[in-house]
Design a protein around this ligand. Structure first.
Ligand code: F6P
Length: 328
């Protein structure tokens, strides 16, 4: 089934930005152009739909951006789009620009917006998973995750240098509001003593037990990687409780923060974003709508957007076991 009614597509980036979003925009614009479709970029996510911030884009508008972090279209978490009035204005602007379909690059919050918009107005929508958190079902990896992971790894490597020089214990917080993918994988890659993630029930006693074991085997410094969404407590409270238990420890806290969201995308993210951007436009002209494009085992696949929102990729719990063994 193809959708020959699609003559004009709009693309936007929404939610937290992620390295590789520009590569995805480029792929959408150039694939649309190759099929003879018109393409508009919408600025600042759904806010741009509401305020009519549309720009006509052609293949030259996306030159020299494949290697750029951030998003040339800018991004936002739009509260106005959550209201029926906001969505109504957004649809009016889509009509004004003769938009036949919308490509939304973002995370699950952005997909929820796309789904509701499609249900209310029938405009075909397709989601492209762009978030550093890697917490979206229907794809092996999300755009930006690989770059963020490598940024976290490089930063933790640097922290290790100073931790070793001063025989210190470092608690390092990495991003991941509800998901521990960055923490788990950067923790393994940097030889962390312990990794605390929201998907795993942790306890202070277990953490203290790990510190005791580390002391016994003669470790003089260590790093604990903590996901932002860890349920045991925030990183400062964890560090304080550890200091109370081990007054002889010299403890420091480092929060990596938004450094993980920036930077030139890795090769893997550029390739992934290129495939997904292409897959999004191809999917629309093939008649797909209310789906998210993903890449699983190197193949482009499409998942109903509801499923992508509701389900979550499981973390590999074996990695926690491996990390425990290798840390000593
Ligand atoms: O969704 C990606 C993410 O980077 C989360 O890991 C983090 O909790 C959140 O965005 C931070 O969002 P903001 O930039 O709005 O503070």
């Amino acid at each position: 089934m193809s959708n020959q009614n699609i003559k004009t597509v709009a693309v936007l980036t929404s939610g937290g930005d992620a390295p590789g979003m520009n590569a995805a925009i480029r792929a959408v614009v150039r694939t649309a152009n190759s099929l003879g479709l018109e393409c508009y970029g919408v600025r600042e996510g759904y806010n741009g739909l509401i305020h009519g911030d549309f720009t006509k884009m052609g293949p030259r508008s996306v030159k020299n951006i494949i290697n750029e972090g951030g998003t040339i279209l800018k991004s936002a978490r739009s509260s106005e789009f959550k209201t029926p009035e906001g969505r109504d204005k957004a649809f009016e602007n889509c009509k004004k620009h003769n938009i036949d379909a919308l490509v939304c690059i973002g995370g699950d919050g952005s997909f929820t917006g796309a789904k509701v918009f499609n249900e209310e107005y029938g405009l075909p929508v397709i989601g492209v998973p762009g978030t550093i958190d890697n917490d979206i079902f229907g794809t092996d990896n999300t755009i930006g995750y690989d770059t963020a992971l490598n940024t976290a790894m490089e930063a933790i490597d640097k922290i290790r240098d100073t931790a070793t020089s001063h025989n210190r214990v470092f608690f390092v917080e990495v991003m991941g509001r509800d998901a521990g993918f960055i923490a788990l994988n950067s923790g393994i890659a940097t030889g962390a003593l312990d990794i605390l993630i929201p998907e795993q029930k942790d306890s202070m006693e277990e953490l203290f037990g790990t510190f005791r074991k580390a002391e016994k085997v003669g470790k003089s410094s260590s790093i604990v990687v903590v996901a932002e969404g860890e349920k045991l407590g925030n990183i400062y409270d964890l560090a304080k409780a550890t200091k109370d238990e081990f007054p002889n420890f010299d403890i420091r806290v480092a929060v990596l923060g938004h450094i993980q969201r920036g930077g030139s995308p890795s090769c893997a993210d550029r390739v992934l974003a290129s495939k997904m951007g292409y897959g999004a436009v191809m999917g629309l002209v093939e008649g797909k709508s209310k789906v998210m494009v993903g890449v699983k085992s190197n193949r482009l696949i499409y998942t109903p957007i509801e499923e992508a929102i509701k389900k979550h990729n499981e973390i590999d719990k074996d990695l926690l076991k491996i990390s425990e063994i290798l840390a000593m």
